[in-house]
Write a protein that binds this ligand. Structure first.
Ligand SMILES: [Zn+2]
Length: 228
């Protein structure tokens, strides 16, 4: 019974999912969720019970031009296919997500590599950020069991995913604390990059179960970002 098939919540996860209002990662950097907004929809709550990890998003995206499910899916795949971590994505589904603030999610109970994206109008830039964030979750799920205390070198789940998007070039680090779980501070980015630099191989624990070496992924095992 090494697989985690039970619904499991650590206190940290519970707080992360049900805690105080969180800033949504795809909003303009200066925007925050309205104070007091803390209830997530039933759909999301159900998905969270399955161990999901989420990306919150503004209800309104400026000048969205990608509207049809097939177009959203294709645009999302275009980013995934550009990413060295794209092999971790087994499927992309465009689905209605009841909670207007949630743009996408992946599940970790068990992880299946399926990214579910809300059926709403998108722009390519927002989808790129979204996919980089979600692929960050998949890297996490591929590398560690959900209960591994060494998981992500202590970075919070959403900070890890945010830093994945920063590392991929579609987001910026946060110069100051935006509140909530969605942030990637410069020191968190360092932890993220150092952690990845020590990875020798990433294997999908789902779907095709493919593996990629650090070299194939373009990760540098020498860790040039480290001091010295
Ligand atoms: Zn997330």
């Amino acid at each position: 019974m090494t697989d985690h098939e039970q619904v499991e919540f650590t206190n940290e996860q519970y707080r992360e999912f049900f805690g105080p209002p969180r800033r949504e990662p795809l909003a303009p950097r200066s925007r925050r969720l309205p104070g007091g907004t803390r209830l997530l929809g039933l759909f999301v709550a159900a998905a969270m019970a399955l161990g999901g990890a989420f990306a919150l998003v503004d209800a309104v995206i400026t000048n969205p031009d990608i509207r049809e499910p097939a177009d959203i899916e294709a645009a999302a795949w275009s980013r995934v296919n550009e990413s060295p971590f794209g092999f971790l994505v087994s499927e992309i589904r465009v689905v209605p997500i009841d909670d207007g603030r949630v743009g996408a999610f992946v599940t970790n109970n068990p992880p299946d590599g399926i990214i579910q994206i809300d059926f709403r109008p998108w722009t390519q830039d927002r989808l790129d950020e979204l996919m980089d964030h979600e692929m960050g979750h998949l890297v996490d799920f591929a590398l560690w069991e959900p209960t591994d205390p060494a998981r992500k070198n202590g970075l919070g789940t959403e900070a890890w995913a945010e830093c994945a998007a920063v590392d991929a070039g579609t987001r910026l680090t946060d110069p100051r604390d935006p509140g909530g779980e969605y942030h990637c501070f410069p020191d968190e980015l360092e932890i993220f990059e150092e952690t990845l630099s020590q990875v020798t191989e990433i294997c999908a624990r789902w779907g095709s179960r493919q593996c990629r070496t650090a070299e194939e992924l373009g990760l540098d095992p020498g860790g040039p970002a480290n001091n010295g």
